[in-house]
Design a protein around this ligand. Structure first.
Ligand code: GAF
Length: 380
């Protein structure tokens, strides 16, 4: 399906934004910590044409109902948004609520979304929609918002219109990503540095194993982890777990119950692993980060308890067959793992993971490579 087929005329602009893979730094974003994601070469496009009235109409290639769904700028309210269209309407609403944009004399748009980012795989298909739409609305309404402000708008929409209590990593990666580089983000200040990944020069690739175990962050475990972290910070008397260091952990263990302590230990050690990964990438290159990736996975499996057997199997099989390192990526409870592999070992490792899933009786995973790509942009 296309914009033309749904709306009966041609769009005037096309924007696109990528999904993301997080190299390391999981669940640290809402703890004011550090993350190291990159935007991937799988994008979501938004074909758009301005309208003369105040209506926004949205349709997508993945909507089984076919659409379009309409909402007037006069009726923007999360209570009136549901399903995937909330990712689009929510951006207009968040521009008003979070960024303070006056929408009272604006006109609407027809929007058609098409996604190459697999939905539910933990690769931020939601941020890819939000960020392309946020950049487009900001440009078309001539708001002049910078990309960090748009990331905050996207996160606000995700939190309050979609209802998922996520941090700011995914929107930042989708908006700030650059080719062949990772985005080192301090989630407290939103200071960023682009760090060279240099995979090609080192003969390496990133393999994604989508376990096809679907996760959802609007419910369940994600929020429970966030609550534990907030509880831990409160008992330790700090604004956020970012303010706890590895040296503080023995004292934290005395003050916290066992489960909260393990959640806290994951965040504190993961923040340190992000800093160590940035330093290692800069000083030694990507071949030297394998142990850090593995330690991150172990911490998510044992302390934060957000892995699933399929992710553990993907990681252990990739490493047994020669991956430099591997870990689950994203929020957990399903989704995808990444493996850093030699280019020539890629097909062998992918086949080994697929075979291990078959032997274990798991659903066949989808395995593919990703490259670090440019963030949201106008394409046409
Ligand atoms: C999801 C969230 F959207 C991010 O904000 C982040 O917390 C991540 O899970 C875990 O690192 O992708």
């Amino acid at each position: 399906m296309t914009f033309q087929q749904v709306f009966g005329y041609e769009p005037t602009v096309r924007y696109s934004a990528p999904g993301r893979v997080n190299l390391i730094g999981e669940h640290t974003d809402y703890n004011d910590g550090y993350v190291l994601p990159f935007a991937i070469d799988r994008r979501t496009t938004s074909d758009i044409a301005p309208r003369e009235d105040r209506v926004i109409r949205v349709a997508s290639s993945f909507d089984p109902e076919g659409g379009p769904v309409s909402l007037s700028l006069d009726d923007l309210d999360p209570a009136r948004m549901d399903g995937w269209s909330a990712y689009v309407f929510g951006i207009a609403w968040a521009l008003r609520e979070q960024a303070g944009v006056d929408l009272s004399d604006r006109t609407g748009f027809d929007v058609f979304i098409d996604s190459q980012v697999p939905v539910g795989a933990g690769l931020s298909s939601s941020a890819a929609i939000e960020c392309g739409v946020a950049l487009a609305f900001s440009d078309l309404w001539e708001l002049g918002l910078d990309r960090k402000s748009l990331a905050r708008v996207g996160q606000y929409s995700e939190n309050h219109a979609v209802g998922a209590p996520t941090g700011i990593m995914d929107q930042s990666a989708s908006l700030l990503g650059e080719q062949d580089a990772v985005v080192f983000l301090d989630c407290r200040t939103l200071d960023t540095a682009v760090v060279d990944l240099a995979l090609e020069a080192n003969g390496l690739e990133v393999l994604v194993v989508d376990t096809r175990v679907e996760h959802a962050h609007a419910t369940g475990g994600y929020k429970a982890r966030r609550d534990s972290c907030e509880h831990g910070a409160e008992v330790l008397g700090v604004p956020a777990l970012r303010d706890v260091t590895v040296d503080d952990l023995p004292r934290a263990q005395e003050l916290l119950d066992d489960e909260t302590f393990r959640r806290v230990r994951h965040i504190v050690t993961e923040d340190q692993r992000v800093l160590d990964t940035v330093r290692t990438l800069r000083e030694q290159g990507p071949r030297a980060i394998g142990e850090l990736l593995l330690a991150s996975h172990a911490s998510m499996r044992d302390d934060f308890e957000i892995s699933v057997p399929e992710l553990d199997l993907a990681v252990s099989t990739a490493v047994e067959h020669g991956a430099v390192g591997a870990r689950m990526t994203g929020g957990g409870f399903g989704g995808a793992a990444i493996a850093l592999v030699d280019r020539e070992a890629r097909d062998r490792i992918a086949a080994a993971v697929t075979a291990a899933f078959a032997s274990a009786g798991y659903r066949e995973p989808t395995v593919f490579t990703v490259h670090a790509a440019q963030g949201a942009r106008r394409d046409a």
